[in-house]
Design a protein around this ligand. Structure first.
Ligand code: AMP
Ligand code: ZN
Length: 189
C-alpha cells in the first residue's frame, strides 16, 4: 500500500470509534468475535437485532480490504445473517454497506449492517430510483464492462500470505467516469 494511503489510514484509525470498541476501550453489545472479525449491536437499531460486522483491522472502505479478509468478512456476514434470521424470527434481512460520506457512511471503518425486517415494518425509506432509456442502459453497461475483467476464484487463496493474481485483482479504470442522467424518478425500492 502507498505511503500516503497508509498515513490516511493511520490518522483515521486513531479517531475510530469501532477500533476503540474492538480494543475494549469503549463498550459495545458484542454478539460474535473471531481472530479477524467483530460483530456488535448497532446503538441506534433500525429493528431489534440490528448488527454491525467489522474487520478487526482498520480499513475505511470495502475496496481497501485484502481479498482474504474480505472473503472471511462476507462469510461471517452470511453466517450471522442466517443466525439472526432464526434468532429474531425476522421475515427478511437487509445487508447494508455504505462506502464514503456521499453514500451515507458515518463511521469510517468498513462495516456491514445486518438488519432484521418484519413485513410492512416501513423501517427503511425506499430508494430514489430513476427511469432510464434502454439504449442508454446498454451504453453504460458497455462502458463499464470495458473496464472489468473476470476474477478467477481459483487464483484466490484463503491464507493470509497469498492474494489474487495481479493481472485480475485490480482492474484499472480507463476513460471517463460513467455518468447516469436522472430522468423521471420513482420511489419504488
Ligand atoms: P454508517 O452510517 O453505515 O457509517 O453506520 C454507522 C452505524 O454505527 C450507525 O448505524 C450508528 O448507529 C452505529 N454506531 C455508532 N456508534 C456506535 C457505537 N458506539 N456502538 C454501536 N453502534 C454505533
Ligand atoms: Zn477503525
Amino acid at each position: 500500500m502507498a505511503q500516503t494511503q497508509q498515513d490516511v489510514l493511520k490518522a483515521s484509525k486513531e479517531q475510530c470509534i469501532f477500533c476503540k470498541i474492538i480494543s475494549g476501550d469503549i463498550s459495545a453489545a458484542k454478539i460474535y468475535e473471531d481472530d479477524k472479525v467483530f460483530a456488535f449491536l448497532d446503538i441506534n437499531p433500525v429493528n431489534a437485532g440490528h448488527t454491525l460486522v467489522v474487520p478487526k483491522d482498520h480499513y475505511i472502505v470495502l475496496p481497501q480490504l485484502p481479498d482474504d479478509l474480505a472473503m472471511h468478512l462476507i462469510k461471517v456476514v452470511k453466517y450471522l445473517s442466517g443466525a439472526i434470521f432464526e434468532m429474531t424470527g425476522a421475515h427478511g434481512i437487509n445487508i447494508y454497506q455504505n462506502n464514503g460520506a456521499a453514500a451515507g457512511q458515518e463511521v469510517p471503518h468498513v462495516h456491514f449492517h445486518i438488519i432484521p425486517r418484519r413485513q410492512d415494518d416501513n423501517a427503511m425509506s425506499p430508494w430514489n430510483r430513476s427511469k432510464i432509456d434502454p439504449e442508454q442502459l446498454k451504453q453504460i453497461a458497455e462502458e463499464m464492462g470495458k473496464n472489468l475483467k473476470p476474477i478467477s476464484s481459483s487464483t484466490v487463496k484463503l491464507s493470509s500470505n497469498t492474494s489474487v493474481s495481479k493481472k485480475t485483482s485490480k482492474p484499472k479504470r480507463k476513460g471517463k467516469p460513467v455518468k447516469v442522467k436522472r430522468r423521471n424518478s420513482t420511489n419504488s425500492p
